[in-house]
Ligand binder design. Structure first.
Ligand code: FVH
Length: 296
């Protein structure tokens, strides 16, 4: 055991918790673990982890306590019987921004410093150099600075501010964008299914196309910041809406349900009908946020 490495506690040994645990153990961090289903801790005990019978014992063992459970409700349940006074609590459980803020306040009221994390990785990326894994953190910057070296072992780190809800907001925004991409890919594969198109070759074309198109998000950000949605427009909305008619006709020809495309196409059409044909698609964001009290 390497005594100059920070010792820590990890609550939750699901797929992600187990991956985190292996990376800390491999890096020589003394690790105490607890999991509701005790059998999941056995392979980690064989690698040197200390296993406790209760979450309270695990929390008592170390100043730094990391939680990676299913959701905020399980986190509340597991931490309920623990003494958090003087602890540095890092919650890597996926939740909403409001849940993270409430959890932060709850932790503070029990004498703990609190950091919320959003894991931007799947388990095989954890502890794998060059895999691109990182964790978004927000909340106590003092906690983040004090434990940065330990937190950076399983994945890269990205501190996004003092608001404990910020990491969750970033996390959910990025995950939501991912599901939009996956929806588009599902529609694309449905179109070619059963045709004389080799899916593996098509996957290469699809990945390349999506990668090339991701650069457009920088233009979107620039337009949102400037408020001018018509500057540097390459493909205007009028042209794009006309083009989507072809996409929908092709779906019909191929016998593919358009249900994944229709919501976005519908928003583009509404924006065009409002007289914004010379913009790109940035104006769709205005339609999505139009019910917010603060929306411009
Ligand atoms: N796995 C992934 O791809 C994603 C990647 C991005 C981040 N997510 C989030 O990470 C959290 C943990 O995810 P996970 O993959 O480890 O999830 P599971 O394998 O399903 O393990 C869940 C653990 O939570 C324990 N648990 C659930 N409910 C309770 C409860 N009421 N009381 C105590 N523990 C509970 C469960 O225990 P057990 O079933 O083994 O007894 C596991 O330890 C999550 O927020 C993802 O959204 C992962």
């Amino acid at each position: 055991m390497n005594s100059n490495k920070t010792s820590l506690t990890l609550l939750g040994l699901g797929a992600m918790g187990t991956a985190l645990a292996h990376s800390w153990l491999a890096a020589g961090h003394p690790l105490t673990v607890w999991n509701r289903t005790a059998a999941r801790a056995e392979p980690l005990a064989a690698k040197g982890a200390t296993v406790t019978a209760t979450a309270a014992e695990a929390v008592a063992a170390n100043g730094l306590v990391v939680v990676c459970l299913l959701d905020d409700a399980s986190t509340a349940e597991v931490l309920a019987g623990t003494d958090l006074a003087g602890r540095d609590l890092v919650d890597l459980t996926t939740g909403t921004p409001a849940e993270a803020r409430t959890r932060a306040e709850w932790a503070r009221s029990r004498g703990a410093r609190f950091l919320s994390g959003g894991i931007m990785a799947v388990p095989p990326m954890i502890g794998a150099p060059g895999a691109g894994a990182y964790v978004l953190y927000s909340g106590s910057s003092a906690l983040f600075d004090a434990h940065h070296d330990t937190l950076a072992v399983p994945a890269g780190t990205e501190y996004v501010g003092a608001d404990p809800g910020s990491a969750a907001l970033h996390d959910v925004a990025l995950l939501s964008a991912m599901y939009g991409m996956l929806a588009g890919a599902a529609h694309a594969f449905a179109l070619i299914r059963g045709e004389d198109v080799e899916p593996k070759r098509f996957a290469g074309l699809l990945a390349g196309w999506l990668t090339a198109m991701t650069a457009s998000v920088h233009g979107t950000a620039e337009r949102l910041v400037s408020g001018d949605y018509t500057g540097n427009v390459v493909s205007n909305l009028a042209m794009q809406v006309a083009g989507t008619a072809t996409l929908l006709r092709t779906a019909e020809e191929q016998g593919v349900s358009p249900e994944l495309l229709l919501p976005y196409v519908g928003l583009m059409k509404r924006r065009l009908a409002d007289g914004h044909g010379d913009e790109d698609t940035t104006g769709v964001i205005d339609l999505l946020t139009s019910r917010r009290p603060s929306a411009g």
